[in-house]
Design a protein around this ligand. Structure first.
Ligand code: PLP
Length: 394
């Protein structure tokens, strides 16, 4: 008789966003006159920029002509996009080979799928709190999981120590949900730690485009030694509003070798077997993001979200509320006032300010007592939301 993957029974149901949605809908049906401002879900709101939509239109036209139509493409991405991503890194001083870039339909799939090339006997180290996909995908594989605690004591940026030895180490910077960003020195410690222990670092750089300080690293490959022990995950979701279009990429240098095998070769084998490539139209749109016009236009969108983040952090600073993130991230992470639990604060803000955020506990036990607000909303709504939040303190 068929046996199911028992590990799936060990997954906790993910109630976070469904509970948020249910509570908001219950509140609005009881209070129809109230205008609720949503700063919860981490989805973008600005439409695609012109460079991207132009590229989409052109690609659609190509698909409708017999001479320019494209069928199956290379699983690892078209050369034009791999080269554009390679050049994007080169402009920041990171030299990559085009064959070290693997295009995909997003960082969520990549961070989950990469596990296919690792033994299930490996141990895993995951920050707590963090983007929940790392935990769930490893539970599905039945790996032994260790957590590293992120908290106010370490600025929500845990550093390595001997108790944290593991084969697979997840780092997410700028971090979801805390918005905290590692500096070069701290990432250097992680790289040294991974190399000393024969570990791999899975570096999630989905929010790298929000880093505006040139002294802060946007890629782990800015750190010496990382080319031997790290895999990076990139995404156009938040950088260019691709949450609906879907495009991401993996950077896996040829120098990452374990048991004398290039991990890149295993990843290519995995992708060519289980993935048939990102749509040509989407890859053209993605390439447009890296063009000078695309960089300028998406840069303006990022600036818009950054300004919202500034509005949020300024209000919290005025209120004397402990918070982190926001400066180089669309997320602001705050300590719930009065020692409230994160769900209590969710209810409190919904009822008293009609503002929706995300309870920190949804990102792991380490998020209890904290709360995430996102800067992806509209500017006037963000200003109004923070005015209401301030009111609740009076
Ligand atoms: N990684 C992190 C840290 C995220 O927060 C998200 C989305 O919220 C993703 C990856 C998923 O990105 P994508 O839309 O490219 O799948």
């Amino acid at each position: 008789m068929l046996k199911i993957n028992q590990n799936y029974l060990n997954l906790k149901d993910s109630y976070l966003f469904s509970t948020v949605a249910r509570k908001v809908s219950e509140y609005t049906s009881k209070n129809p006159g109230k205008r609720v401002i949503r700063m919860g879900i981490g989805d973008v709101t600005l439409p695609l920029c012109e460079a991207v939509t132009e590229a989409l239109h052109t690609a659609v036209d190509e698909m409708s002509g017999a001479e320019t139509f494209r069928g199956y493409g290379p699983e690892q991405g078209y050369d034009f996009l791999r080269a554009a991503i390679r050049d994007y890194y080169a402009r920041r001083g990171v030299e990559l080979g085009e064959d070290e870039v693997f295009v995909s339909d997003g960082a969520k799939s990549d961070t989950g799928n990469i596990l296919d090339i690792f033994s299930r006997e490996n141990t895993v180290l995951i920050p707590n709190p963090v983007y929940p996909v790392y935990l769930d995908t490893n539970i599905m594989d039945g790996r032994q999981i260790k957590f590293m605690n992120a908290g106010e004591h370490n600025g929500f940026l845990p550093l390595p120590d001997e108790s944290l030895k593991a084969d697979i180490i997840y780092l997410c910077s700028p971090n979801n949900p805390t918005g905290a960003v590692y500096d070069r020195e701290s990432l250097g410690k992680w790289v040294a730690f991974a190399k000393a222990n024969g570990s791999i670092i899975l570096f999630d750089a989905a929010y790298e485009a929000f880093v505006s300080d040139p002294n802060l690293p946007r890629s782990i490959f800015e750190i010496e030694g990382a080319r031997e022990c790290a895999i990076e995950f990139g995404s156009l979701s938040k950088t260019a509003g691709f949450t609906g279009l879907r495009c991401g990429y993996v950077v896996l240098p040829r120098t990452v070798k374990f048991q004398e095998k290039e991990l890149g070769a295993l990843w290519l084998r995995r992708q060519t077997t289980k993935f048939n490539g990102t749509a040509y139209i989407i890859q053209r749109a993605a390439a447009a993001v890296f063009s000078p016009e695309g960089q300028e236009q998406t840069g303006r969108q990022l600036a818009y979200y950054r300004e919202n983040a500034g509005i949020i952090t300024q209000a919290l600073s005025e209120l004397g509320v402990w918070h982190t993130g926001g400066a180089h991230s669309p997320y602001v992470w705050l300590k719930c006032p009065g020692g409230m639990s994160s769900w209590d604060y969710f209810d409190f803000l919904l009822e008293n300010a009609n503002v929706v955020g995300t309870p920190g506990a949804g990102f792991g036990s380490g998020g209890e007592g904290y709360f995430r607000l996102t800067a992806f909303g509209e500017k006037q709504a963000t200003i109004e939301a923070m005015r209401r939040v301030k009111e609740t303190f009076r």
